[in-house]
Design a protein around this ligand. Structure first.
Ligand code: ATP
Ligand code: MG
Length: 440
């Protein structure tokens, strides 16, 4: 066959997972890509995958038309096909049923074949797989990861909407930095300099003025210089911001949101986790909370010195992280280590009302109470060597009465790493971006 066939009037009647032994004898039409082909004496087994799962198609060559046998001869992995046939109860097939084909359409003619099976086994390096990411995403494991992500996103939205947060979408093309200048991507905006947003921080803060409780799930861009297993240049940030609360309230909201996510994936994703051969993490009875000072003194007891004010990197707290295990908070960070919009402690302005949510050595989220006074915000900008003029558009909003507020930013990919036990953030990102990768 030299040309792929047309879809014509063929339409799917069932997804793979709907083809069950109970349908024995029924006519069905299925579509999907071929995961594997096995040719044995007299029989051809084709494993057909669709977005729901897989179903075995079994051709008994002696019983089929010459035309159909010829068609099946050309079937290869990754080809998209349509199959019409009868369901047969079959204890030996993985789903307890198979399809005996009476007709088939070849809908795509692959010219290349990835050097791996979609069902696992030996895999080439991640970088090689990312080069052909679309085919790579057909792997059962990748399918499981992104199916879990769908449930996670649904659970997050459900929790936030049920708790009265308004979903918002804020600009990604912006005129000034939010998280400090170093990791900004600059772009040309009609011949004027502009940037890709590092976080929806300033807009979500402004939006608590009219809406009180807002959330956004959207892209954020970080020009990270170092290439690590947990950093990307483009991330999906889950952000909330809320008026009339402080960082303690927000920590408890974040904890409740994650418990809701864990409950949902626990009840809805058992198939996905068994395909990943992993278990979703268990939440501790309560998320522990240590102050920055607690962590420094614990590390000092272990013979490790941290100069006060330093950000604690994954490696610095590695030993302690083992002890602290799953979800825990580090709170009350030095003001100098956090962005200008975090509210300093009134009694001791050297520290601020801030937290990081950690999982072992991995930071999942950062949040805090925000500065709601314009004059303090200007002072904080200057302390952090930023030009208040560059933030004029933001500062002006404060002239109209900014309520006290607090919020967090959670990296969706970081959360997915923890939920799926993946060590490289690229495995849980459809098309990862880093310093060396801008394609596909
Ligand atoms: P890190 O110290 O791990 O580089 P950060 O403190 O610079 O992160 P924040 O500005 O606090 O990051 O961003 C909020 C959240 O967004 C982080 O807790 C993390 O989950 C996620 N995040 C930030 N930068 C990246 C990145 N480059 N790649 C993946 N996730 C990121
Ligand atoms: Mg942070």
């Amino acid at each position: 066959m030299k040309m792929a066939e047309e879809l014509g009037n063929w339409r799917r009647t069932h997804y793979s997972t709907q083809v069950t032994p109970a349908l024995d004898g029924q006519d069905v039409t299925v579509f999907g890509w071929v995961g594997s082909v096995r040719r044995q004496s007299g029989i051809t087994f084709v494993m057909l995958n669709d977005k729901e799962g897989k179903i075995q198609v079994t051709l008994h060559r002696a019983e089929a038309s010459a035309e159909l046998v010829k068609r099946f001869e050309s079937i290869c992995e990754h080809m998209s096909i349509g199959v019409r046939g009868k369901v047969k109860k079959m204890a030996k097939s993985p789903s307890g049923a198979e399809i005996i084909p009476v007709d088939a359409k070849i809908l795509s003619l692959p010219t290349l074949r990835p050097a791996f099976s979609v069902y696992g086994g030996n895999l080439p390096s991640l970088e090689k797989r990312l080069d052909i990411r679309t085919a790579d995403l057909r792997r059962e494991k990748a399918q499981a990861i992104f199916s879990i992500m769908r449930t996670v996103l649904r659970a997050v939205r459900e929790f936030l909407q049920d708790n009265g947060y308004l979903e918002v979408v804020t600009p990604k093309l912006i005129s000034s930095a939010t998280e400090g200048g170093a990791s900004l991507f600059s772009v040309l905006y009609y011949n004027k300099p502009a940037f890709l947003t590092q976080s929806p921080q300033l807009y979500k803060e402004q939006l608590v003025m009219p809406f009180e409780k807002v959330f956004e799930i959207g892209p954020a861009f970080r020009a990270e210089e170092s290439r690590t297993q947990r950093h990307l240049s483009e991330i999906t940030s889950v952000d909330i911001e809320e008026a009339y609360v402080d960082y303690n309230d927000i920590m408890s909201t974040l904890e409740r949101m994650l418990r809701h996510v864990l409950k949902k994936i626990g009840s809805e994703c058992s198939d996905e986790f068994s395909r990943l051969k992993a278990n979703p993490p268990k939440a501790p009875a309560e998320f522990r909370s240590l102050t920055y000072d607690d962590v420094v003194s614990r590390l000092e007891k272990q013979g490790q010195t941290i100069s006060w004010g330093e950000d604690m990197t994954g490696r610095a707290i590695a030993k302690l992280a083992k002890e602290l295990g799953s979800f825990y908070y580090i709170t009350d960070w030095p003001s100098s280590s956090k962005p200008f919009y975090i509210k300093p402690d009134l009694k001791n302005p050297k520290v601020c009302e801030s937290f990081d949510l950690m999982y072992g050595p991995l930071e999942l989220a950062s949040g805090g109470s925000r500065v709601s006074s314009k004059s303090l915000l200007v002072r904080r900008l200057k302390e952090q060597k930023l030009r208040p003029q560059a933030f004029d558009y933001h500062l002006r909003a404060f002239d109209y009465g900014m309520p006290p507020h607090a919020g967090f930013g959670l990296g969706l990919e970081r959360l997915m790493m923890v939920l799926t036990s993946e060590e490289n953030i690229r495995e849980v990102t459809l098309y990862p971006r880093d310093k060396l990768r801008l394609v596909p």
